[in-house]
Design a protein around this ligand. Structure first.
Ligand code: NAD
Length: 172
């Protein structure tokens, strides 16, 4: 069986409705989706608060509502962009097409000969990891910007307290 499998990557800090909307659209165009959790080595910082495992939970539980096979795979960064595509391929099931709006990701895959497709950004002002992390820190409403399953995972891992603790300093 020669399946049309797609690759989609992001840091997913956290996984939000923009990512989820795009994956729903990809699901209509291919047979299976490989989701690469980028910068998998980072956690417990203001930019990258969640571990790769926590992001796996957010995505896997959100995808339960979709009727398509998805493989969620953490991928650590490497310090050499020209080798990154080979690195990704060494960690993932084979795929024929990449969906991305990230210019560097697009460029690296195009140079290597992979078919790259883009999809429209969805409500980018609000569906953005930086905006969601900012709202959490300022006690503003963020729950409607992520799938319900992500709200549950965030509760389970005490995400709000973690972000607030990371923001604190012991300097005067
Ligand atoms: P991201 O979570 O910001 O975005 C993931 C994808 O979702 C992108 O295509 C983005 O355009 C899209 N997206 C975001 N908000 C959206 C919205 N509201 N509507 C529709 N689409 C939306 O992650 P990213 O920064 O693009 O992730 C790329 C990953 O690849 C990073 O982890 C990066 O470190 C990794 N990478 C690593 C290397 C290396 O290690 N040398 C090289 C290239 C990329």
């Amino acid at each position: 069986m020669n399946l049309n499998r797609a690759f989609y990557t992001g840091r997913f800090q956290p996984y939000h409705n923009g990512h989820h909307g795009i994956i729903k659209k990809i699901a209509k165009e291919v047979d299976e989706i490989v989701i690469g959790i980028g910068s998998a080595q980072f956690s417990h910082t203001l930019e990258d608060p969640f571990t790769a495992g926590e992001r796996v939970m957010m995505i896997t539980r959100s995808l339960k509502e979709l009727d398509i096979t998805c493989y969620v795979i953490p991928i650590e960064d490497i310090n050499r962009n020209s080798l990154w595509v080979s690195h990704v391929k060494s960690m993932t099931p084979p795929f024929k097409v990449v969906y991305s709006n990230n210019p560097l990701v697009q460029r690296l895959f195009k140079e290597e000969g992979t078919n790259v497709r883009t999809l429209p950004l969805l409500n980018r002002e609000e569906y953005a990891g930086e905006e969601i992390r900012r709202r959490i820190l300022r006690d503003e409403k963020w729950e409607d910007l992520v799938p319900k399953a992500v709200v549950e995972v965030m509760k389970e891992i005490d995400a709000v307290e973690r972000l607030k603790t990371i923001e604190k300093t012991d300097k005067l």
